[in-house]
Design a protein around this ligand. Structure first.
Ligand code: ZN
Length: 495
């Protein structure tokens, strides 16, 4: 008999140190679809939702998708916003139920103004409607901070295994296949989670080069194969820029019921993450080191890519920090591009002056001057766009992005891509849709920590990751005032 499955997504990676609240407008600015629009916009592409929808065809499920909501990382999700999206899901469960199973695309690091455990709260509200027996399958970002409540309430939890994240579709397919086996009565899955005394670990989840994350993922895979009754084992590297009791790396094991062997596998994997906690594959440069390397590089056939690690909007950074940009301007870099700088006020000023105009304007640094003051510049407006573009991937290929008005302001030898929306820059099309071809530049700076590698590594002659300090996504955790995280914890108290 055809099974009825609810498919929904409600995602946020919350940087609790950010002063920017996450509201419904934040979701509208990135992705917010209701009802039939979810499938219309997401059936193609490589998202979790596409994976779940294809599972409907494969398993002959009747899928119902009330909502998909995702916002750029920022501060806590307001209670109103959480209630709005949650209510859409709950109303669907009540009005269109009963359902045989639930598929949820979550992030796992959502903090709200009224709870530190957004996903746990959502799952609890869903369970209150559907009861304990309807199976729930959840996919999570590799930077999830997973709570015991989430593991208790979700039968199946599977986490991305790639960073940059390019396996959302595969992970959703895996979760959906486990749900199908559950619906057929073959298995009765249960999830368990274990954490260590760590705020960060597993090389922050990087899988682009061999290292702690790829090694622990291999152990997880081997553990699943070797342990009867284990259905899946996942590793979350955690999201350290969130001050909650459960922040940090964790291991989730899904068993056909919870057995000692599930717990032993989870303990073994978290012990491995603890053992490798000081091993990182990424060497961060100071701004001075990066500028010196660029100026010493001479002619290149392909651009040097600078990553502005400490102000990554993809981790909740404001995206308007000016330290790296100011150093590039002061150094007189030529044939360079910088993207992006979030500054809706400066964008409006440039648009009012018009394409081709020479404008005098202060750019960036408007949200929190601790991360770089506004820079007074005189520049030439060389492009104006409506900020509507489609990502070419590899990450999130096919996804449409609406950034709001954008401009390219040429200051000296630097084309600065300024936007009215906060986005991490991880796709060539952010630049290209504004007629700015990063492949032809000598230097390209991006506000991104790691996701940019999927698209930019193939065009780069060299990548330099810059931690200018003082940003909301700096690796210098000791500069942040943690109050809720369990102590002692690495690296704040433990080495
Ligand atoms: Zn992530």
């Amino acid at each position: 008999m055809t099974k009825r499955v609810l498919i929904a997504g409600f995602m946020h990676e919350t940087n609790t140190f950010s002063q920017l609240p996450t509201t419904l407008d934040s979701y509208k600015a990135r992705t917010l679809y209701y009802g039939a629009d979810v499938a219309t916009h997401m059936r193609k592409g490589k998202s979790e939702i596409a994976g779940f929808l294809d599972a409907c065809t494969r398993h002959d499920w009747q899928g119902t998708s009330p909502v998909f909501a995702n916002a750029t990382p920022s501060g806590k999700v307001t209670e109103d916003t959480f209630e709005h999206v949650t209510t859409v899901i709950l109303d669907c469960l009540k009005d269109q139920g009963p359902f045989d199973g639930i598929c949820l695309a979550l992030h796992g690091a959502m903090v709200c103004t009224h709870t530190d455990d957004g996903e746990g709260e959502l799952l609890q509200r869903i369970r209150a409607v559907i009861g304990p027996d309807v199976p729930i399958a959840v996919t999570l970002d590799l930077h999830a901070n997973i709570t015991d409540r989430m593991a208790e309430l979700a039968d199946i939890m599977v986490i991305y295994r790639t960073y940059p994240h390019v396996d959302q579709y595969e992970v959703a397919t895996q979760a959906a296949n486990l749900l199908q086996r559950t619906l057929l009565g073959e298995i009765k899955p249960r999830s368990l989670v274990v954490r260590g005394q760590m705020l960060d670990g597993a090389d922050h989840g990087r899988t682009t080069s061999p290292g702690p994350m790829t090694e622990v993922l291999q152990l997880a895979k081997a553990g699943v194969a070797a342990t009867p009754g284990v259905l899946a084992a996942s590793v979350a590297a955690g999201f350290p820029w969130a001050d909650t009791p459960d922040t940090g790396p964790s291991v989730v094991v899904v068993g056909n019921g919870i057995s000692d062997s599930c717990k032993q596998l989870a303990d073994r994997l978290i012990a491995e993450i603890w053992r490798s906690r000081n091993r990182v594959t990424l060497e961060l440069q100071t701004i001075d080191q990066a500028i010196a390397a660029v100026t010493a590089a001479g002619e290149r056939r392909a651009p040097i890519v600078l990553a502005d690690f400490a102000d990554n909007p993809g981790g909740g950074g404001y995206g308007d920090g000016t330290r790296l940009l100011k150093a590039m301007i002061d150094a007189g870099l030529q044939d360079a591009a910088f993207g992006l700088l979030y500054d809706p006020v400066a964008v409006r000023t440039c648009i009012e002056q018009g394409l081709g105009a020479h404008v005098v304007v202060a750019i960036g640094g408007k949200i929190d001057g601790r991360y770089g003051e506004p820079i007074p510049v005189t520049g030439h407006v060389v492009a104006v766009t409506d900020g509507s573009l489609r990502l070419q991937g590899p990450m999130m290929a096919g996804t449409r992005i609406e950034m709001g008005p954008t401009v390219v302001l040429r200051v000296g030898g630097i084309d600065i891509f300024m936007t009215s929306g906060r986005f991490q820059l991880y796709d060539l099309n952010f630049f290209q849709h504004a007629n700015l071809d990063p492949r032809t530049k000598a230097v390209v700076a991006v506000k991104s920590a790691h996701h940019f590698r999927a698209a930019f590594a193939p065009i780069a002659s060299e990548i330099i990751v810059v931690d200018g300090g003082g940003g909301l996504t700096s690796r210098n955790y000791k500069q942040l005032s943690y109050e809720k995280v369990r102590r002692p914890v690495f690296p704040l108290d433990l080495d």
